[in-house]
Write a protein that binds this ligand. Structure first.
Ligand code: SAH
Length: 347
């Protein structure tokens, strides 16, 4: 087991502090940051403008956390699913999606998830631990290296609940967002939450321009609690209050995710309730045709119902779009990242 510190866990200011501790000037941190995120080197030996002595010091203190690909699958639509070795015997999944407007990476924030949403394949996965900031950032670097191209967008919609690992997620955003680093604009980063209400207030006050997505999926507490146990902790009223406050503070649009399950939350009554809930809010609704998971009770709505649902929302003043399903043939679509892969490891 690696005991060295991960050099990618630090944002630029923290790296300056780290270097100060070992008697180095802050500009060295900028040089290292550039090597890591602009030049994307894989070893301290490649940081050729640092003295040999400093390179040795760095090697003794830090690891670079370079992921190895355990498995890679490619869908007919170009979506790629990676299983990475995170170097402690565990593995994580990351998905790359290709859109006209660029390449989007769906990153995991935890190994496993505690939320227990009934329709999500992560639910059967035992929660093991949070990913560190560097372990989140490394997913971007490793995919960029594999495709030899730049990632333009990041969504925190892989395995895990980003707000259950809030500090590390925020730090990872600051690292990828830094113009001296990967320089991925915060507007190109989305964080999705099942609804950990206190963290919505926290994010509102972070002054980070990323997009907030809320996994809503139902419009009343009975239905939402059946789908998402987190609703028993923070109900819809508390969630909507936090969302309204978030919009007030940030003046930013919220994206509400709504996975349509047949005969559960997909009829026009539900659409009507959704309109009432979101009326007047600065928001957008992302309709996801639900992906049935093994032994799951929720099945996909018919295309006809999905379109009717979308049209109802649009006709009643709520902007709604249907999310394209990418990567379903390799189990890389929403909620399909699976236990069999995640527990892959040497432990
Ligand atoms: N924990 C976070 C992020 C991970 S899931 C969250 O809950 O938001 C990313 C999105 O995929 C969420 O909106 C989630 O509700 C949705 N999702 C999970 N399983 C799904 C499934 N089987 N079909 C469709 N969407 C699903």
């Amino acid at each position: 087991m690696e005991t060295k510190k991960n050099i990618k866990d630090y944002n630029l200011d923290e790296l300056k502090e780290e270097l100060k501790q070992i008697g180095e000037k802050p500009f060295r941190a900028e040089q290292i940051f550039k090597w890591l995120y602009s030049e994307k080197v894989k070893s301290f030996d490649d940081m050729t403008n640092l003295s040999l002595d400093l390179r040795e010091k760095l090697k003794n203190e830090y690891t670079m956390c370079n992921y190895k690909i355990i498995k890679k699958q490619e869908s007919s639509d170009g979506t790629k699913k990676y299983l990475f070795d995170v170097l402690d015997g565990n593995a994580i999944e990351t998905v790359l999606m290709q859109y006209h407007h660029g390449k989007t990476i769906c990153v995991s924030s935890q190994i496993g998830c505690k939320m227990g949403c009934k329709f999500c394949a992560s639910t059967g996965i035992r929660f093991i631990r949070n990913l560190s900031p560097g372990e989140i950032v490394e997913q971007v670097l490793a995919v960029e290296q594999d495709i030899n191209d730049k990632i333009s967008n990041i969504v925190f919609m892989g395995i895990g609940e980003p707000f259950d690992n809030y500090e590390n997620v925020i730090k990872s955003i600051k690292i990828v967002n830094n113009p001296k680093g990967l320089n991925i604009g915060a507007r190109h980063i989305s964080v999705s939450t099942s609804g950990l209400v206190p963290r919505i207030y926290d994010l509102a006050n972070e002054n980070i321009q990323c997009t907030l997505s809320i996994s809503l999926h139902a419009t009343n507490n009975k239905k939402r609690s059946e789908m998402m146990p987190i609703n028993n902790r923070y109900n819809i009223e508390e969630l909507m209050k936090a969302c309204k406050e978030y919009i007030k503070i940030t003046n930013k649009r919220i994206s509400f995710e709504y996975a349509l399950a047949k005969d559960n939350n997909d009829n026009l009554e539900d659409a009507k309730e959704l309109v009432n809930l979101l009326k007047g809010m600065l928001c957008h609704v992302n309709l996801i045709p639900i992906n049935k998971i093994e032994n799951g009770k929720f099945t996909k709505s018919s295309n006809e119902n999905i379109i009717k649902f979308r049209d109802y929302l649009n006709e009643h003043g709520i902007v709604a779009t249907i999310r394209r399903e990418l990567g379903s043939d390799i189990d890389a679509a929403c909620g399909q990242l699976r236990r069999s892969n995640i527990s892959h490891g040497r432990k």
